[in-house]
Write a protein that binds this ligand. Structure first.
Ligand SMILES: [Zn+2]
Length: 214
């Protein structure tokens, strides 16, 4: 099965949150043909308009273009941040693009639990550790299209989700199973669709760029 990756731009009033940033352009075999910056330009959104960059976890396929948004406040799991900034860094942490935040030039907010990003319950970071120890997912409530949970890498495919199957490249099996079940429970309560970010079939449930769900 093809393993794809996806990023999400969320508009809240005049503010934008970018969720995950994919591989960096130029990454051998897997880099995108077009950068997020170039894609945003097609929507007339400038990088400095991105108020928050939310990161599900520190792996390279989610963090490759973080450095294109130095004006954004980074919203990252506390344990991910600790893994990026420890010496030596945690295994699998993609440290380089975070340099501006590590040096203290850019703003970072570490997230230890859940976080209501805009304070109105419409965009909520969900603590879902397991894939990595500071992994997080995102609940998004849209005015017209309903509610969605962006999975990060809590699961990699539908099949994991259905069976509580733990993906490979995993940090903590028990945490992952608890996080998958938590995500499913929250989806049930909020009648949310779970979008598995690496699964083409799920990405296809949302309008393709440059269109968007309202
Ligand atoms: Zn991933």
């Amino acid at each position: 099965m093809q393993f794809v990756y996806s990023c999400y731009l969320i508009k809240h009033g005049d503010n934008y949150l970018l969720w995950d940033t994919g591989f960096a352009p130029g990454t051998p075999n897997t880099g995108p043909k077009e950068s997020i910056q170039d894609q945003l330009a097609k929507l007339n959104v400038k990088p400095e308009q991105i108020k928050f960059v939310g990161i599900s976890h520190f792996h390279g396929d989610h963090t490759g273009q973080v450095n294109a948004f130095p004006k954004a406040t980074l919203l990252i799991g506390k344990n991910e941040w600790d893994g990026i900034t420890s010496n030596p860094p945690a295994q699998g942490a993609n440290v380089k693009p975070f340099e501006g935040w590590i040096k203290g030039e850019n703003k970072v907010e570490t997230v230890a639990l859940d976080k209501d990003v805009f304070g109105d319950g419409s965009v909520v970071i969900l603590r879902t550790p397991g894939h990595t120890s500071g992994h997080q997912a995102l609940l998004v409530k849209l005015a017209k299209s309903g509610n969605y949970i962006l999975s990060g890498d809590a699961v990699h495919f539908h099949e994991n989700l259905a069976s509580d199957g733990v993906p490979v490249f995993n940090h903590d099996r028990a945490q992952t199973i608890a996080s998958i079940q938590r995500m499913k429970q929250i989806a049930k309560i909020h009648k949310a669709k779970i979008i598995v970010q690496h699964d083409e079939r799920d990405i296809a449930k949302l309008p393709a760029f440059p269109a968007g769900a309202m």
